[in-house]
Design a protein around this ligand. Structure first.
Ligand code: DLL
Length: 434
C-alpha cells in the first residue's frame, strides 16, 4: 500500500542503487577517517576507500563481528564526538560486558523513519493506538518502536514489558488498535485474556508487530486465529540500529529490508563468499547512513535468504525470509539475548562449583524458562549442610542475574553427574517448540 511517507520503499531500482552507492562511499570515507579499527583493517587488507566506487564494491570491504564491538568497548567505534551523540543503547555481549551503540540526532531520525515505514507497511496509520510492550531502557525495542509510532502520528502507550493483567486492562480501556511485543509475550497475553474471560477478537485490536525473537508460520497462524488480528514480523538488531532494519508488508511473505539505509548481503558462513539472492546463508548488514557508529559488513549470525522475486505489494526493497536460526549459540530468552559464555563467566566467578553446567530452556504458558544445573565440587559435598548449599545456589543465581539481567532457576547437582564431552561440549538443551 503506497503512502506518501513510504515513497522510499517504491523507488525505481536504479535510483535506489544510486543512493546506496553515494551513501556507501560517504560512510566508508567517514569510518576510515574517524574509526581506528576500520582504518587499520582496511590498511591490513590493502583496501583504500578510493576502491569503493559503486555499491557492488562493498564485497571488497572486510567484515565486522561482535568481537569488534566488545574489543573496542565502550566508545572505540564512535565516529562522532560525544557532544554530537544524543543516545546510547546497549545489548548483550558474549561475556560480562555489554556492547554499546550510539546515535546522533540524525541517526535517531533515520531509525524512527524506518520503524515508521515498517508500521506503514502493516497498514498502521495516524489514528492508531499503539500499545508498545517492548522493554524500555538500554534495549532498543522499547524506544525504537516508540519513536516509530510517534513519527507515524499514532498514539503510543509506553507500557514496556510484563504485567499481563494490566496490559489487558489498558488494551480494553484505551481502545488499543495495534500492539508490538515479542510473539511469545503476545501468546502469553492471549492466555491471560482467556483466563479472565476476555475475547480479544471482540476488541478493536487489529495489527501486531512481532519480533526480537524467532517465530514460525505456525505461530503466526495460531496468533491470528486466537486474536483475529494480522500478525506481522519486524526484524532488527542493536548493532545496526534496533528494530526496523526490516519488516513485512501486508503480503506477509518476507521482510523488506530498508536497504536505502541498511544494506543486506548473504554470505556462506564457512567460506565467507557472497551468495546470490535466493540462497540461504548468514545475513551481513551495512549501515549506509549512520553517523555516530558506522557498522560495515557486520556478520549478524542470523541465517536467512534474500527472496529474489519482486513483492506483490510493489515495494522495490528486497525481502529476506523470516530468520530461521543463528549460526552461533546465542539464545533469546523472553526477547533478551543470552550467550552460554555469559552463564559460564558467572558460574566460574563463584568458588565451590565445578566448571560443569547444563542450560535447559523450556517454554511453559508461552513464557521462556531457563534452568541452569551446576555441579558442586567434592570439597563442598563434604560440607553439605543445607545452609551452605542454599547460600551457594543464591550466589550463583545472583551472579547470573548480574550478567544477563534475567533470574534463572539454579539447581545444584552432585559431582560427576553431568555429561562429559570428548569434542565440542553441548551444554544447552533448548526444548522450546516454536
Ligand atoms: O531484538 C531489536 C528488535 C526489537 C527487533 C524489537 C525487533 C523488535 P537485539 O536485542 O540486539 O535487538 O537482538 C537482535 O534478535 O540478531 C536476531 O537473532 C533476533 N531477532 C530480532 N528480530 C527477529 C525476528 C533486537 N523478527 C537479534 N525474527 C537478531 C527472528 C529476530 N529473530
Amino acid at each position: 500500500m503506497f503512502h506518501p511517507l513510504s515513497s522510499m520503499d517504491f523507488l525505481p531500482q536504479d535510483k535506489l542503487r544510486a543512493i546506496q552507492t553515494e551513501r556507501l562511499i560517504n560512510i566508508v570515507g567517514r569510518a576510515y577517517e574517524r574509526v581506528e579499527l576500520f582504518r587499520n583493517r582496511l590498511n591490513e587488507n590493502g583496501v583504500s576507500p578510493l576502491d569503493i566506487q559503486s555499491i557492488d564494491d562493498i564485497a571488497k570491504l572486510p567484515f565486522m563481528v561482535k568481537a569488534d564491538l566488545r574489543d573496542t568497548y565502550p566508545f572505540g567505534l564512535f565516529a562522532s564526538p560525544m557532544s554530537d551523540i544524543v543516545r546510547l543503547h546497549a545489548s548483550s555481549g558474549t561475556t560480562g560486558k555489554p556492547i554499546v551503540v550510539a546515535y546522533t540526532q540524525a541517526d535517531l531520525d533515520v531509525w524512527s523513519e524506518t520503524v515508521m515505514r515498517a508500521f506503514l507497511a502493516y497498514g498502521m496509520t495516524k489514528g492508531d493506538v499503539l500499545q508498545n510492550c517492548y522493554g524500555y531502557g538500554l534495549f532498543t525495542g522499547g524506544l525504537g518502536a516508540h519513536q516509530g509510532g510517534e513519527a507515524l502520528g499514532a498514539t503510543v502507550l509506553p507500557v514496556s514489558t510484563g504485567n499481563s493483567a494490566r496490559q489487558l486492562m489498558l488494551m480494553k480501556d484505551f481502545g488499543v488498535t495495534a500492539i508490538c511485543c515479542t510473539p511469545s509475550f503476545f501468546l502469553h497475553l492471549l492466555d491471560t485474556a482467556g483466563e479472565q474471560g476476555v475475547d480479544v477478537r471482540q476488541l478493536p485490536l487489529k495489527i501486531g508487530a512481532f519480533g526480537a525473537e524467532p517465530w514460525s508460520e505456525a505461530m503466526r497462524q495460531k496468533i491470528e486465529e486466537l486474536s483475529g488480528i494480522k500478525a506481522y514480523d519486524i526484524y532488527g538488531l542493536s548493532e545496526i540500529v534496533g528494530p526496523g532494519v526490516g519488516g513485512e508488508c501486508q503480503c506477509q511473505n518476507g521482510l523488506h529490508i530498508f536497504e536505502d539505509h541498511y544494506y543486506p548481503e548473504i554470505i556462506d558462513p564457512e567460506t565467507l563468499e557472497v551468495l546470490p539472492d535466493g540462497e540461504e546463508g548468514e545475513l551481513v548488514l551495512t549501515t549506509l547512513s549512520k553517523q555516530a557508529m558506522p557498522i560495515i559488513r557486520y556478520r549478524t549470525r542470523d541465517i536467512t535468504k534474500i527472496i529474489p522475486e519482486r513483492c506483490e505489494c510493489g515495494r522495490t526493497l528486497r525481502r529476506i525470509a523470516r530468520i530461521s536460526r543463528r549460526s552461533d549459540d546465542m539464545l533469546i530468552i523472553r526477547g533478551v539475548n543470552v550467550f552460554p559464555s555469559q552463564i559460564e563467566t558467572a558460574i566460574l566467578s563463584i568458588e565451590g562449583v565445578a566448571p560443569y553446567y547444563e542450560i535447559i530452556v523450556t517454554r511453559d504458558d508461552n513464557l521462556d524458562r531457563m534452568e541452569v544445573k551446576v555441579e558442586i565440587t567434592d570439597a563442598l559435598l563434604g560440607d553439605d549442610t543445607i545452609k551452605t548449599l542454599e547460600t551457594l545456589q543464591k550466589r550463583i543465581t545472583a551472579a547470573i542475574e548480574r550478567i544477563i539481567n534475567i533470574r534463572v532457576k539454579v539447581t545444584l547437582v552432585e559431582p560427576r553427574t553431568l555429561e562429559r564431552f570428548d569434542g565440542k561440549a553441548k551444554r544447552v538443551k533448548d526444548l522450546r517448540k516454536i
